[in-house]
Each structure stands twice: as C-alpha cells, then as structure tokens.
Design a protein around this ligand. Structure first.
Ligand code: TXA
Ligand code: MG
Length: 357
C-alpha cells in the first residue's frame, strides 16, 4: 500500500470554515479518503458511487469486503436515488431522528455499487447531525460511504488523534473537529426485512424508536464467532477490541468487584501489567481491594450513561497506550437503552471473556 501524506485540518466543530470544508469535499469528489467527525464517532469517508475509492477505503481500514458500509447524505431527498423504495416507516423515523445517530437499512437501488453493500440487496443510510459532517456532505454533493475511521477490530475513534493512531499515512485527510459527543456508533435499524429490527443498539434507543414505530424489535446480541456465516455482517465477535485482552465482570457490584480484584491480584503476582476500567462509583472499592499498581481508567459515572458512552473508546485506547497486558472491566447495569448499547460494545470488546458473578 502506498504511504500517503495525511493532511490534518483543524476546524471549529460548530462553525467549520468553508475553505477547509471545500478542500475536504474536493478530495472526496476526486476519490480521496477523508476522515471527519460525526456526532457518534469519526467516519472515514469515500465517494460512495466511486468503486475505486470504496476499494481503497476497505484497504486503508484492513476491513473485509464482506462488511457493508453506511452511506451518508445531508438531506432526506438524497436517499431516493440510493433506494428502490422508501417505506412510510422510514419517513416517520426520519422526521423524528434525522439528522442524528440512526442508520436505516433499506432496499438498495442499482446505483449503489456492490462494493458498498458487500453484494447485499440492501443499503444502510444515515443523515448525521454534526455540523462538520453536514457541511462536508453538502459541499461534496455526492453520497459518502463512511465506516468508523479505525483499523478493522480496533475501537472506533472519538477524536482525531485516534484516527491518526490507526490510519496516518493510509488516508488523505483528517478534519479535526475535537471530541465526538455520543461516543458510540449509530443505532442500525433494518427496515428491509419485515419486522423492523435493531441490528446494532445505539443512542437512539428501542424505547425512542417504539414511540415512532411500535413494532420495532431488538435482535438480541448474537455475537458471531469468527469463521461462522455472518448473520449480520459487522457483528463479528472481534469488533471494538483493544489490543490487550479484556475480561468483563458482570453481576452485582460487591461480588463482581471481589472476583475482579482477586483476579487482578493474581495476575499482578505473576508480573502482568493490569488495566482496570470501571464506573467511577466502583473505583474506590476496587482500589482498596487491589492496592496500588494497576492502571485504572474512570469509565464515567454509572448515573450518567451519556458520559460513559462518550468516554468508552478513548478509555480503551488509553489502556492500550499504557501498555497493559490485560484489561479487567466492569460495565453499567442500567436497563436504560443507552446502557444496553454500552454493554453491547463492552461485550464485543470482551470477545467471549465474560465472567458472570
Ligand atoms: O455512527 C456510525 O454509524 C458511524 C459513523 C461514521 O456514521 N459509522 C459506522 O460505520 O459505525 P461502520 O462501518 O463501522 O458500521 C456499520 C455497521 C456495520 O455493523 C455493518 O455491518 C452495518 O452497519 N451495515 C451496513 N450496511 C448494512 C446492510 N445493508 N445490512 C445490514 N447491516 C449493514
Ligand atoms: Mg466500525
């Protein structure tokens, strides 16, 4: 792969200057790869109708061609050329949640290249709300395929430095608009196969969706093991992972903290560098039981789930950068919709290493 000079342009997240946006938009139109902030995570954009650009995008991320991409557009009228049919449910959801962190899977039109949809007869579409993403999509005036701007299996990037960590030299440009707000990828909702089904939980929760569309169901977290047929592509077990193996301790706080602490002490006794990730309210109890030494990351307050979501991926990357050998993590227990999105991502990061306490 040819090494590129990755240009980083800082932009005001709320009022990006038109010159910078114009440069990035030109780059996209000419087939370049541009990372940009959305309200969820940073996306890596490519002209969605330019097959060559889309192939370069898969290469840059090291992503398997079997995992389809989300096409981003600035306004609802732009989705008509991408889809065969826009169901009434899509309009109802768009009215409430677009622009925003929701992706709709619809029947695709012939215009969408197979490279984007991985050969499926559906296409995933999203209208993001971040001012930089909106300005870029308007200026580019082409649909933009944008997966999260990380190397395949690494945690999604929530700031420009994360994008550079993974993709410097592999992409043309990064628009640096600071930290993203939501921190977890969009909710993916399938409207193309009968009962509307959430394929990936996110900030637009099941409860919110049901207010617009009462029959929405959640396809309970089936984590597909590697090599198995992909029921929903992109739901592979080894997604969102830090480099160090992460073990998740679920269950009542007291018991789970005891088990986690015992395993942390055992690992430290053999010379392993231990990283801990837990809600703020549990950190004192964990520190008291383990003593000094491990690298502890504050996951945010269990009473403030948007904060936990916003910090999650940065915390995983910080633990990796600290060079820990293993990560022991506690999730949030809240039944609230964002709680299930956070648990979903942590379970995937754990890739099966889940201890029920
Ligand atoms: O918040 C987000 O969605 C971010 C920002 C950049 O918009 N993008 C993102 O893209 O998370 P990516 O590629 O990392 O995740 C896209 C997810 C994958 O799980 C993929 O399998 C699923 O959407 N997807 C895409 N097209 C699909 C389709 N036609 N049917 C079912 N799932 C699809
Ligand atoms: Mg991704």
């Amino acid at each position: 792969m040819v090494r590129l000079m990755t240009l980083v342009i800082r932009v005001d997240p709320n009022h990006p200057d038109p010159d910078s946006i114009g440069r990035a938009a030109d780059c996209l139109r000419r087939g370049g790869l541009v990372a940009f902030p959305t309200e969820t995570v940073y996306g890596l954009g490519a002209h969605a109708l330019d097959r060559e650009a889309v192939r370069r995008l898969f290469d840059a991320k090291g992503r398997p061609a079997t995992d389809p991409l989300i096409v981003h557009v600035p306004t609802f009228d732009r989705i008509s050329t991408l889809t065969r049919r826009v169901p009434a449910s899509a309009r109802a959801l768009a009215d409430r949640f677009w622009p925003g962190p929701l992706t709709l899977v619809l029947e695709r039109s012939e215009d969408v290249p197979d490279e984007v949809t991985a050969g499926l007869n559906t296409v995933a579409i999203r209208i993001p709300s971040h001012p930089v993403a909106r300005a870029l999509l308007l200026a580019a005036d082409v649909p933009v395929a944008a997966p999260s701007a990380n190397l395949f299996t690494r945690p999604s990037p929530t700031r420009a430095a994360h994008v550079l960590e993974d993709l410097e030299g592999r992409i043309d440009m990064v628009l640096d608009g600071g930290d993203t707000n939501v921190g977890l990828e969009s909710t993916v909702l399938d409207l193309a196969h009968g009962t509307p089904t959430v394929l990936r939980p996110g900030a637009i929760t099941l409860d919110l969706l049901r207010r617009a569309l009462p029959d929405v169901v959640y396809r309970s977290a089936q984590v597909v093991t590697e090599g198995a047929a992909m029921v929903s592509p992109g739901l592979s077990a080894k997604h969102y992972s830090p480099r160090a193996p992460l073990t998740l301790y679920e269950g009542l706080a007291d018991r789970a903290i005891s088990v986690l602490a015992a395993e942390a002490r055992a690992a430290m006794a053999t010379g392993s560098r231990v990283g801990i990730l837990a809600p703020r309210e549990e950190l004192d109890a964990i520190r008291t039981r383990i003593g000094p030494a491990p690298h502890v990351e504050d996951a945010g307050s269990a009473n403030n789930l948007p904060e936990v979501a916003q910090r999650l991926y940065a915390a995983l990357r910080t633990l990796d950068a600290a060079g820990v050998d293993l990560i022991l993590a506690r999730s949030v227990s809240a039944e609230d919709g964002l709680g299930s999105a956070i648990r979903d991502r942590l379970r995937r990061a754990a890739a099966g290493r889940i201890v029920s306490c």
